[in-house]
Design a binder for this molecule. Structure first.
Ligand SMILES: [Zn+2]
Length: 104
């Protein structure tokens, strides 16, 4: 039975169509693919989430901004990418995922 879609979900906003197949980038090392998927859905172990889960007391990124999942794609101290980059994934998305793979 097909589950009802939630319009406006982070995945659909980034142009990714849910399906019963492996997400693109599955040819990458697992840590990179995991990070791509976490960036795509906007859920992961960023510092804002870790603070919300009472695992840490600070949500500050190394750049000084609050480190949300969205911030990870725009951080000035890391390779940047867009949601469109994540869908393919492009070289920019792979660089961003490689940078954050051990953190989130
Ligand atoms: Zn940052």
């Amino acid at each position: 039975m097909e589950q009802p879609r939630q319009p406006g979900s982070p995945v659909e906003e980034r142009g990714i169509t849910p399906g019963e197949c492996l997400a693109t980038g599955h040819d990458q090392p697992w840590a990179v693919w995991k990070t791509l998927n976490r960036l795509r859905v906007g859920e992961g172990r960023c510092k804002a989430s870790m603070k919300k889960w009472n695992i840490t007391t600070s949500d500050a990124c190394a750049c000084g901004e609050p480190q949300t999942m969205e911030h990870l794609m725009n951080c000035t101290q890391a390779p940047q990418c867009t949601g469109d980059d994540l869908a393919e994934p492009t070289a920019a998305a792979l660089a961003c995922a490689n940078h954050w793979k051990d953190e989130i």
